[in-house]
Design a protein around this ligand. Sequence first.
Ligand SMILES: *[C@@H]1O[C@H](CO)[C@@H](O)[C@H](O)[C@H]1NC(C)=O
Ligand SMILES: *[C@@H]1O[C@H](CO)[C@@H](O)[C@H](O)[C@H]1NC(C)=O
Ligand SMILES: *[C@@H]1O[C@H](CO)[C@@H](O)[C@H](O)[C@H]1NC(C)=O
Ligand SMILES: *[C@@H]1O[C@H](CO)[C@@H](O)[C@H](O)[C@H]1NC(C)=O
Ligand SMILES: *[C@@H]1O[C@H](CO)[C@@H](O)[C@H](O)[C@H]1NC(C)=O
Ligand SMILES: *[C@@H]1O[C@H](CO)[C@@H](O)[C@H](O)[C@H]1NC(C)=O
Ligand SMILES: *[C@@H]1O[C@H](CO)[C@@H](O)[C@H](O)[C@H]1NC(C)=O
Ligand SMILES: *[C@@H]1O[C@H](CO)[C@@H](O)[C@H](O)[C@H]1NC(C)=O
Length: 834
Amino acid sequence: MAAFAALFLFLSAAVSAAAAFQGISLISLLSSLTPTANPAWFSDSNTFAFGFRETEDGYAVCIFFGSIKERTVVWTANTDNPVVPDDVVLVLTEDGLVLQKSGTEDILSRIDNSSQPIASAAMLDNGNFVLYNANASVIWQSFDYPTDSLLPGQRLPPGGMLLSRAAKTDLKTGIFRLWMQYDANLVLYYMYGLDTPIDAYYSFETWGMGNNVSLNLENDGRLGLYNGSVLQMSLTAGGNPIVGAIYLVRLDWDGILRLYNRSLEKEDNWKSLWSVTEDKCLPKGLCGINSYCTNTDGDAECRCLPGFGIARDGEWSAGCTSDLRVDCRDKNQTRGYEMTSVLNVTWEDNYYSASRGTAQEHCKQGCLQDCICIVALFKDGECRKQKLPLSYGRFSPNATDMAFVRVNSLNYIHPGITGQRQRLTDVQKNVLLVSIWLKFCNLYYVYHSAGVSLGILGLLMSVIIYYVRRQRGWCNQSQANKQSLDKFVLNHGYMAPKRYSYNEIKRITKSFTEKLGQGGYGVVYKGKLPDGQLVAVKVLKNTHDNVEEFVNEVASISRTSHVNIVNLLGFCYERNKKALVYEFMPNKSLDKFIHKSQSADPNCSLGWRKMYEIAVGVAQGLEYLHRGCNTRIVHFDIKPQNILLDEDFCPKISDFGLAKLCVKKQSMISMLGTRGTIGYIAPEVFSRNFGVVSHKSDVYSYGIMLLRMAETGTNVETKSSQSSEHYFLEEIYEHVVVQNEKIHALMTEEEEEVVRKMLMVGFWCTQTAPLDRPSMNKVVDMLQGNLQSIQIPPMPFLLSSPKPQFSCSLPVIVETYATPYGLINHYQPRGTLP
Ligand SMILES: *[C@@H]1O[C@H](CO)[C@@H](O)[C@H](O)[C@H]1NC(C)=O
Ligand SMILES: *[C@@H]1O[C@H](CO)[C@@H](O)[C@H](O)[C@H]1NC(C)=O
Ligand SMILES: *[C@@H]1O[C@H](CO)[C@@H](O)[C@H](O)[C@H]1NC(C)=O
Ligand SMILES: *[C@@H]1O[C@H](CO)[C@@H](O)[C@H](O)[C@H]1NC(C)=O
Ligand SMILES: *[C@@H]1O[C@H](CO)[C@@H](O)[C@H](O)[C@H]1NC(C)=O
Ligand SMILES: *[C@@H]1O[C@H](CO)[C@@H](O)[C@H](O)[C@H]1NC(C)=O
Ligand SMILES: *[C@@H]1O[C@H](CO)[C@@H](O)[C@H](O)[C@H]1NC(C)=O
Ligand SMILES: *[C@@H]1O[C@H](CO)[C@@H](O)[C@H](O)[C@H]1NC(C)=O
């Protein structure tokens, strides 16, 4: 403490009085340095030097130890790009300390940023390089701009940071950061994260020590936290020899904060007195994405996931990549792949789907059969399918985590899959920025709501981060920092849909010439992308004017990827013009093939097998939408018009998510469809008396559709003289389901069984009470299983009784998107699965 005060006094003296110049050699204006001839200005005792220092790639402007053999660098100018050309001159001018091209007046860069005219400079014996004005006041000093090191007497003020260098001998900024937070906590972070607790790897937990807390290194090696000038806490003991010894604290390139000492003897070496941890794998991000860190013989070693290769040779922090692309069109997903295991490695959990109470083998198979699943984490009976890339992998022998990773099986040659990564345009990046903002805000929310389980750390940090970010205008997309964006793009890059301008949309659709159809949310046009791919462009009407919501929604739609869900390729967002670009489906929609539907083409028939396959496909697509854990998607508009058919008549669900994007002008659609058919909308959507709106509302709509599909081929219309719909269904129920009569004389046994199954499931799905309807995965099981194992459903009340009169003034309740919707943020603390 005394040492610190003395030094403080010394500094303030140097600052204020010309008398302090006694014994300090001043550097006068127009003095200059060149990399080779006259490389440095030395302090009086020669301990420190300011000037050019040779590095691996060339010269850099630095402060380094001048008298010892190992000329250790303690400060670097322009750490973003420190290496300077060989033919430069460093000149002290009145207007700044500048680098000029040799023999010219061209200023290449400036070292200081003082606003006052400079009169002189000095390299002080404590390692501080200072600039003075004419009154001998310090107007700039290197101690105020620490890079990766602190020297005795130097202070890291509230908000101050140390940034690690890229490698031992590469002075560029690396990937770790020590932050003296405004809340007094001192925290180590991976730099390209989002400053959330997820990206922190060490916290000294020193909050609450005051509002002006700084980190100081003292002459005797004490590393202390001071509130103003009052010592609050010593991180290292101090009391070491002062005479002839020198101390240095540095955030090393490997992410570990260490305190070093040595004597000033020329031949001595630096010794580490203290370090924040002995675990070299602790710093997050040391091993980049898709790789994990393991300690071998006390050193960190990075390993790629099976099937992955290192992204950039010799640069582990760049992580690992894989060319594995799974073709979602291949219906046999298990073909050509197998799952390998990685044991005892923990990861940042970033899942898109989670299930509880599963067995290991089931988890493996589940991932294998899901074409977007590359990695699933399994722990304590919980299976979590991960979004790639995986971050922060770390081997820890005691962890019981297992990762299952999809790899190509050796004995299968994959047909060429064209799955190149898309490069993001600037426009897309802007869009993604909005998403980052959302991610941040969501995290903020999550931290608050889960504050107890995450501890005070998370809470305090989120408050402080929120505050700091507001100060920096962080929630303003133009200022969001590029590094966060890079991480985000890494995370979401190639999954992001492309953004089109309205003009491009016009070009794609040839000025909206070919209309494909018209739905509740807008008109659909046929179009062609520049690369020749056919697309369907849906121009939305009545959308909300909230860009965040729109982008969030688009992101969530685009994250879904399933063989039975139509692929969103891009979108357009301009003030009043919003459009979604989907893959084009040559066989239009299912309603064309459903009997009695307005648009049915009587010459088209799909046959029983196909109808059944479509039914199963739609059920699987819906199951996929429903099963998401904190991003469960309810469609709310399942009907044949929204089931599109590709060239093989494989069904694709479209239009989900639009309920949220669009304002429903007329709040009430008739419960009864056109021509008196039973509508597809579940009763609880009309009236709360029937129950709560949920994913079971989709099950109802699906059930109606199933009955329609089954009915198409029964051809029994002629059998019944009744014109009214429900009598017909009642008849089918009575004769086919209950009395097990043959449906049609010309049907084969197999056809009979399939139709019967569809009818049974259809009646189950249309049960009036939502709780009585099966979930979609049960539906899939029933459809694919044995007919005999399906119990006879009760006759659905709504289909048998005269149609109830519903009040048409009730608004449609769309309230089950209770979870923070949007797949941007999947973070959830462990153990809080709903
Ligand atoms: C110099 O740069 C620092 C940080 O980059 C900034 O806080 C300070 O205001 C700048 N000083 C002047 C005079 O521009
Ligand atoms: C130097 O000090 C004088 C008198 O105190 C003052 O008038 C002048 O503005 C100062 N100059 C600078 C550059 O600070
Ligand atoms: C820190 O210093 C400020 C100003 O001197 C003082 O008001 C505050 O109480 C101190 N906080 C602690 C925890 O000592
Ligand atoms: C914070 O502490 C430093 C060092 O003691 C002091 O120079 C500065 O004035 C203090 N700032 C505030 C706002 O108290
Ligand atoms: C460095 O610190 C250690 C531990 O306090 C001490 O034993 C050693 O003498 C110090 N080295 C020098 C050169 O002062
Ligand atoms: C899927 O592929 C696997 C491996 O080639 C094969 O064993 C299995 O029979 C196939 N399943 C179907 C339904 O074709
Ligand atoms: C693993 O468990 C052993 C015994 O329970 C314990 O001593 C050791 O510290 C643990 N290792 C880690 C890395 O947690
Ligand atoms: C590694 O994980 C496996 C599987 O969870 C477990 O059986 C084993 O005990 C773990 N290893 C150690 C050293 O705990």
